[in-house]
Write a protein that binds this ligand. Structure first.
Ligand code: 6PG
Length: 228
């Protein structure tokens, strides 16, 4: 577990943007696959990334998860990623389909086909993830059906306690990534982060325990409960 702790969210975002840009530049291959996390944490990093050289023209960006909302909805991870980063760089952005007549699973199956087309042989080069206070990551929430997916890469996942559907990368697909980077900031994440570090059976632990090269970029507040 490669962990780097930074003084505050701003310093974390600066370092994370530098680290991500270097990973993208160092990646081999004609195309570079970048999975983006949603939520609020990565926003500052995405804003810093937009000004950095990262051979963006060869980057294929996609979403580790998405809320089941219209593309222009304030809760959309795709809208956030587009506004803060992808509309400012020359990357190709693949978003899951949404339409009022579309079922979540239809959209997930279509998006999986798109992901399989842009990952014909190897897995993603880098996937950025966050964690929730309950230890979820992407939209893999504790006790939800998506956690038991064994072959699919992308699925619709009903999240009863949020009374909503989400679209999410599956654990098998996330485990195909060369590198996974968890961005975690804030005191409210300290308990979940310590639980993952202790190996508790949480979605973030399951993802972090794959064969991907996993890095944790966290701020001091989120690291408060980690044993030094
Ligand atoms: C989402 C995210 C989710 C997020 C965590 C942490 O759709 O919300 O993909 O997995 O990373 O919930 O969210 P914050 O960064 O807002 O704390």
């Amino acid at each position: 577990m490669n962990v780097e702790v930074f003084a505050d969210p701003e310093t974390l975002a600066d370092a994370a943007a530098d680290w991500i840009a270097k990973v993208l530049l160092d990646a081999h291959g004609e195309r570079v696959s970048l999975g983006l996390s949603g939520g609020s944490t990565p926003g500052a990093t995405y804003q810093r990334l937009r000004g950095m050289p990262a051979a963006w023209e060869r980057v294929d960006a996609w979403l580790a998860d998405e809320r089941w909302v219209p593309h222009n909805h304030a809760d959309s991870n795709g809208l956030m990623a587009e506004e803060l980063l992808l509309s400012h760089v020359d990357a190709t952005f693949y978003r899951p389909r949404w339409a009022p007549w579309l079922e979540p699973e239809e959209s997930a199956a279509h998006y999986e086909a798109v992901l399989r087309s842009i990952h014909p042989t190897a897995g993603p080069d880098l996937v950025l993830l966050g964690i929730g206070t309950d230890g979820h990551t992407a939209s893999l929430f504790p006790g939800t059906a998506a956690l038991s997916i064994e072959r699919r890469w992308y699925v619709a996942n009903e999240v009863p306690h949020l009374d909503t559907w989400r679209l999410t990368a599956s654990i098998p697909f996330l485990h195909r990534a060369q590198k996974v980077c968890f961005l975690v900031a804030g005191a409210e994440k300290a308990e979940a982060l310590a639980a993952v570090a202790a190996g508790e059976d949480l979605p973030a632990t399951l993802v972090a325990n794959g064969v991907s090269d996993t890095t944790w970029l966290i701020d001091r507040a989120a690291a408060a409960n980690l044993s030094t």
